[in-house]
Design a protein around this ligand. Sequence first.
Ligand code: SF4
Length: 198
Amino acid sequence: DGEVTADMVDEIARKHFPMCMRSLHETLRADRHLKHAGRLQFTLFLKAMGVSVEEAIVFWRKGYGQSMTDDKFNKEYKYNIRHSYGLEGKRADYPAMNCQRIITQNGPGPGETHGCPFCHHSIDNLTSSLTSVYRITAQADLMEIQRAVKDGFYHVACTRVFEITHAERGVKKGEGLGAGESVAHPNKYVARSRELEK
Ligand code: SF4
């Protein structure tokens, strides 16, 4: 898909992010901070989306804004970003987390926003994000998503959100990300959504 610059992330988030990443992005914007697990989940996602390490550093520096000095950012945070890109420490090329990993990792504690909203948020919070952020208001749609969540089929709920929010792009119920594929990776969600916009 080509390089994604730091400046492009806001618009891509608004139009194309799955709920897990949208929630992290909004928390970073509102609090000017994300706790460690959220930073890791989000950094690896952005990397897989095509954000270079240089642009990731610009993105995070701007994201923290005045809440952090340059000195603190350079000493503590830049290293972690570079580490996620396999440029520090043991230089491992860490893959972005798939839904399975995000859902089964330690869930968010107080003040944390990582994880999967379908699994880790209360039904009330989830429903309010579905209506306010994703503009899903039809009762039948909301009930269907809530039912999938209650049954523990988080990826089914996420796939249904994708279908509903991409109906105007011609996506029909049951089609998922294409040919009935359900959401199993947030990077596949964002890639398919961006592809449909073309
Ligand atoms: Fe993110 Fe996957 Fe959960 Fe969807 S099902 S919100 S892509 S972790």
